[in-house]
Design a protein around this ligand. Structure first.
Ligand code: ZN
Length: 70
């Protein structure tokens, strides 16, 4: 047994792939710490936002890709 699975959600740098099947440029997003907040951006290169928390950054990523309604 290892702890890899439980550690997945604790990494400060998190990439994930959109499952929405858009097939466009939004192949992945990242949320990175930036001072006292986080910065989220998309591989499409046309989207970057600041977020107060990593969780909010991830939510904004999903909104950006259309995975969840804004
Ligand atoms: Zn994008």
């Amino acid at each position: 047994m290892d702890n890899e699975e439980s550690g997945l959600n604790e990494k400060p740098l998190e990439f994930f792939t959109s499952m929405s099947g858009t097939g466009g440029y939004c192949d992945g997003q990242a949320v990175i710490p930036d001072g006292d907040h986080y910065r989220a951006y998309c591989l499409c290169g046309h989207w970057e936002v600041e977020a107060p928390t990593q969780k909010e950054g991830l939510r904004l990523c999903r909104v950006h890709t259309g995975s969840v309604p804004a």
